[in-house]
Design a binder for this molecule. Structure first.
Ligand code: ZN
Ligand code: ZN
Length: 292
């Protein structure tokens, strides 16, 4: 995973070089803002790399639940950077709209930008697959950001090409503004998801259902389970619930039931950390109950 993050930074620097050259050759504002967005990409990748290193640390005295949430922080910071980039594109588009000028060497510049976009697209696809495999919020954020960058670049290239071809100079700042709106939206989306993680959002409904069913199927000897709560942090999912057993059941027997349920749950859901609170009958509830 660390190698993937370093690769993102290397590809980002390569793309940044190509896009800066494209801007420098043409003097186009649209190509300049595209290069600027790549600066955000590289900065975000560095933040993600630091977050991944930090998140991988095992639990310690100060952080007994582990450091996995560091990845959510990285995703939030990346969302902020995306929003700043979008605002900066909007500002440049506005300035450009008021002082449109002929471009120098437009086709060479566009070709350089297209090559850079090809690199970005290839790497974004690779990152998306890695994010799914490692269930990493930071890598997922990186991949989505890169895709939004590819979309930005394609719209910018199309806008500049049409503007040069038709002589309608106002076209390309207008397209850049449309792209900025899209980038802004993707940044908001990314932030909402990461904030959900920081706020201990419940896992997907399918996971919750699967866990309830597994508890129901493996707790023979117990009477019911209630107050089931779950939250997830990176690759870890924390689960806790109350298990009601007959009041005269021996502790060793109740503990054996807990061990059986825990083993079944861990086989069902990867990265599960389980706490079970055992109660004597009479403490049974009538809501949120898993029937055994
Ligand atoms: Zn209870
Ligand atoms: Zn135990």
């Amino acid at each position: 995973m660390r190698r993937v993050a370093v690769g993102t930074i290397v590809i980002g620097l390569l793309v940044l070089g190509l896009k800066t050259a494209a801007w420098w050759l043409t003097g186009s504002s649209a190509l300049y803002s595209d290069a600027l967005e790549t600066v955000v990409n590289v900065a975000a990748s560095v933040i993600a790399l630091i977050a991944i290193r930090f998140a991988a640390r095992p639990a310690d005295k100060n952080h007994p639940y582990g450091h996995e949430k560091a990845e959510f922080f990285a995703a939030v910071i990346e969302g902020v950077l995306i929003i700043l980039a979008a605002l900066s594109i909007l500002q440049r588009a506005w300035t450009h709209l008021n002082s449109a000028a002929e471009l120098e060497a437009p086709w060479t510049g566009l070709l350089l930008n297209v090559v850079a976009t090809g690199f970005n697209g290839g790497w974004a696809a690779l990152l998306g697959r890695a994010a799914k495999r490692y269930r990493s919020a930071a890598l997922g954020a990186d991949s989505r950001h890169l895709w939004s960058d590819v979309a930005t670049s394609l719209a910018v290239v199309a806008g500049v090409a049409i503007a040069v071809w038709t002589g309608l100079l106002w076209l390309d700042p207008l397209l850049a503004a449309g792209v900025a709106a899209y980038v802004l939206w993707s940044g908001m989306d990314l932030m909402r998801e990461s904030v959900g993680g920081l706020m201990d959002a419940a896992p997907a409904e399918t996971v919750v259902t699967r866990i309830r069913e597994t508890v129901g199927q493996h707790a023979d000897g117990a009477l019911e389970a209630h107050d089931l709560r779950m939250r997830h942090a990176g690759r870890q999912t924390f689960l806790e619930f109350h298990l009601v057993v007959p009041g005269d059941m021996r502790v060793a027997e109740a503990h054996a039931i807990c061990d059986r349920v825990e083993a079944a749950l861990k086989a069902e859901v990867e990265g599960l950390v389980i706490t079970i609170h055992v109660e004597p009958e009479g403490k049974a509830k009538h809501s949120g109950v898993v029937v055994l």
